[in-house]
Design a protein around this ligand. Structure first.
Ligand code: SAM
Length: 294
């Protein structure tokens, strides 16, 4: 079976060409199946224990120099891992490498009051909890009931005990709340990570996502303490959902804190200075990251 995802919707191909010119072919070539990756969960065990367990299962892996908890599996399937003991014990969480970046860049600390605005199924919430040694006070908000239940299950299994999970629309959170840090891993078109069923992506979807992203971003900025930090991320590479949304936040008075790539493993696409647009490739899915300060 080929690793390349086909077919790519014609409108997306044209939009990528319009926005990225020659670079579009690099993005399109990056729409492929990637090896399974996972994160060791230090709330339940060490990365070394996970390495041993994977070795014991006869699985080869690669460690990531930029994140000691990240593993890239060689020739393993997600199904194989999800039937394993470390998975059942919450010692590992299957997560794409790109989606490990937002919590790493937000760098949560014990005692900080953090809001994860659109949190299910909880991959980044549990990573925020782990990175803070379980010491950050995290509010995780998700509006979809089924996804919320899945997140609660994941939080429990991953030992993320200081998380206040709320099944609500983040737009309805009280404007009197204030947070030190906010993660807005926004709902998006998924244009950075096409999979076989991505034919659903359409101009209307992109437009609707961009509208929702602006509303969520505007709300997030309200809920941030003065001087607080909001990390905005999407798994899209489209400007309307990324740079244009960031420009909207800047028009509301936020400032951009320039991000540096956490690793030279990332292939970056040209974009607004200080933001990062990860080009999809054999290891990373397409992703966008921007850090804003109130
Ligand atoms: N951060 C998650 C993770 O790492 O596991 C993935 C989040 S996914 C990109 C976006 C989520 O936002 C979806 O679960 C969607 O149901 C939720 N969502 C969309 N609009 C929302 C809103 N207004 N309030 C809360 N959640 C929302």
């Amino acid at each position: 079976m080929s690793d390349i995802i086909e077919p790519i919707p014609a409108f997306l191909r044209e939009l990528l060409q319009k926005e990225y010119g020659e670079e579009a072919s690099r993005i399109i070539a990056g729409y492929r199946r990637r090896p399974v990756t996972l994160r060791a969960n230090p709330l339940k065990g060490t990365a070394e224990e996970v390495a041993q367990a994977l070795g014991g299962m006869g699985l080869g892996y690669e460690r990531m120099a930029w994140y000691r908890d990240a593993f890239l599996l060689c020739g393993a399937s997600a199904g194989m891992l999800s039937r394993s003991a470390p998975y059942a014990e919450g010692k590992i969480y299957l997560q794409s490498l790109s989606s490990m970046l937002p919590p790493l860049l937000l760098a949560p600390k014990a005692g900080e009051n953090i809001l994860d605005m659109t949190a299910a199924p909880g991959g980044k919430t549990t990573q925020l909890a782990a990175l803070s040694g379980g010491g950050a006070l995290i509010t995780a908000c998700e509006k979809d009931k089924i996804r919320f239940e899945r997140m609660k299950f994941n939080l429990l299994r991953q030992g993320a005990v200081r998380v206040n999970a709320m099944q609500t629309d983040a737009l309805r959170l009280s404007d009197f709340l204030r947070f030190d840090k906010i993660l807005l891993d926004a709902p998006c078109s998924g244009s950075g990570t096409l999979t076989g069923d991505s034919a659903v992506i359409s101009p209307k979807l992109v437009e609707n996502c961009a509208r929702t992203q602006r509303m969520l971003l505007s709300k997030g900025l309200k809920l941030l303490k003065k001087g607080g930090i909001l990390l905005y991320s999407t798994c899209s590479v489209l400007k309307e959902e990324n740079e244009e949304t960031v420009k909207f936040a800047l028009s509301l008075g936020a400032s951009l804190l320039p991000l540096s790539p956490p690793t030279t493993d990332l292939c970056l696409l040209p974009g607004m200075e200080g933001t990062l647009t990860v080009c999809p490739d054999g290891k990373f899915e397409g992703f966008f990251l921007a850090m804003l300060q109130k």
